[in-house]
Design a protein around this ligand. Structure first.
Ligand code: ADE
Length: 353
């Protein structure tokens, strides 16, 4: 697996603010993530429907001796889109080149990568919804006909050159399928959404990671961390390290339910896995806007986050947990948000404690 280029600037600023519970990758965590990343479908936990479809598709493409169709994965960050691309490559016995759309700003960036591909190789483009128009135009014939259409000369002397490319598979990943242009989306043969993980699946991920890192943890300890991991393996894997630090310093190193709960309380991660940013967001809507609806820009300014962080990182889980609702007039909190935060009910804004 080779990582060609990456765009971590935006990601770093976000992760610095919420170093433990947000699911973005920071450089520091990359090596850790790589070492615990499952390499096969057998060790990849969760996403069972998707796994089954992929295994059949891979088997078929091997039988036909044809490259895999282009694939698009979408869903919130941290659910394993890159990991899955790595598993697919391993299963196909193919090399994978990993990049992200913000790193493909100039035409020569995407041309360079396409020209470096060998037959059967996989190209993984993260945040593919952020590809610019020119890069998209270059990709279309590359995806469809495995050719690069290059123009040379100016005005009347302009010539188009078709350069053949080896047959490759593009795997695109995005947190925002809706932001992808129609023509680009249409060129993917397989489009799949990654789902949040269940508590049981996350507990398995945590136990697997603990095994790799030589951390002692019992089943109840794994479930305690899983419950507060926002359905997201990347968060679970980050929390296990913090909880393990606490267990080592304050106790004998072993993670039990009690130890996990104590450590997570100190980290201010509540029973649903919400951190300060999430709680501030919900409280703002309740306290200042009577539960909403209120526009995303207003929320972002008031809590000092950018709209993209809110939309891509905070909201998916708050929506899934039923704490927040999206309406045409803005965001609204639900009764369960009032209850979770200790407010009496939607009408009364008095807290119980
Ligand atoms: N680590 C991160 N994601 C994982 C997954 N889906 N299965 C196992 N370990 C993981």
């Amino acid at each position: 697996m080779s990582i060609i280029a990456d765009d971590n600037d935006f990601i770093n600023t976000r992760a610095e603010k919420n170093p433990v519970t947000k699911a973005e990758t920071i450089e520091f965590d990359k090596n850790f993530e790589n070492c615990i990343r499952p390499k096969s479908f057998d060790t990849y936990i969760g996403q069972s429907a998707l796994k089954e479809t992929l295994q059949i598709t891979i088997e078929a493409s091997k039988k036909r001796e044809m490259p895999l169709d282009h694939l698009l994965f979408y869903g919130p960050p941290g659910l394993g889109k890159t990991t899955l691309a790595g598993v697919i490559a391993e299963q196909m016995g193919a090399e994978i080149k990993i990049t992200s759309a913000p790193a493909l700003e100039r035409p020569r960036d995407i041309i360079g990568i396409l020209m470096s591909l060998k037959g059967g190789e996989i190209l993984f483009i993260d945040e593919i919804h952020r590809l610019n128009k020119v890069a998209e135009e270059i990709l279309y014939p590359a995806m469809e006909d495995f050719v690069l259409d290059m123009t040379t000369g100016k005005a009347q002397t302009v010539k188009t050159l078709r350069i053949p490319l080896p047959k490759f598979t593009l795997i695109g990943a995005t947190t925002k399928a809706g932001a992808l242009s129609g023509p680009l989306r249409d060129r993917f043969g397989i489009i799949h959404r990654l789902e949040f993980y269940t508590e049981n699946e996350l507990a398995q991920v945590i136990k697997r990671t603990a095994g790799i890192l030589n951390i002692e943890i019992d089943t109840k300890g794994a479930h305690a961390i899983a419950r507060r991991s926002r359905g997201t393996p990347r968060i679970a894997n980050r929390l296990i390290k913090r909880v393990s630090d606490y267990a080592l310093v304050k106790h004998d190193g072993k993670i039990t339910e009690d130890i996990a709960n104590q450590a997570l309380d100190i980290l201010k991660i509540d029973g649903l896995g919400l951190d300060n940013t999430d709680r501030n967001l919900l409280k703002l809507i309740i306290d200042k806007y009577n539960g909403g609806p209120v526009g995303i820009e207003t929320i972002a300014t008031a809590i000092g986050e950018d709209t993209r962080t809110i939309e891509d990182v905070c909201e998916p889980y708050l929506l899934q947990a039923g704490l927040l609702q999206r309406t045409p007039r803005g965001r609204k909190v639900s009764q369960s948000a009032y209850t979770h935060l200790g407010y009496k009910n939607i009408q009364s804004q008095q807290t119980l404690f």
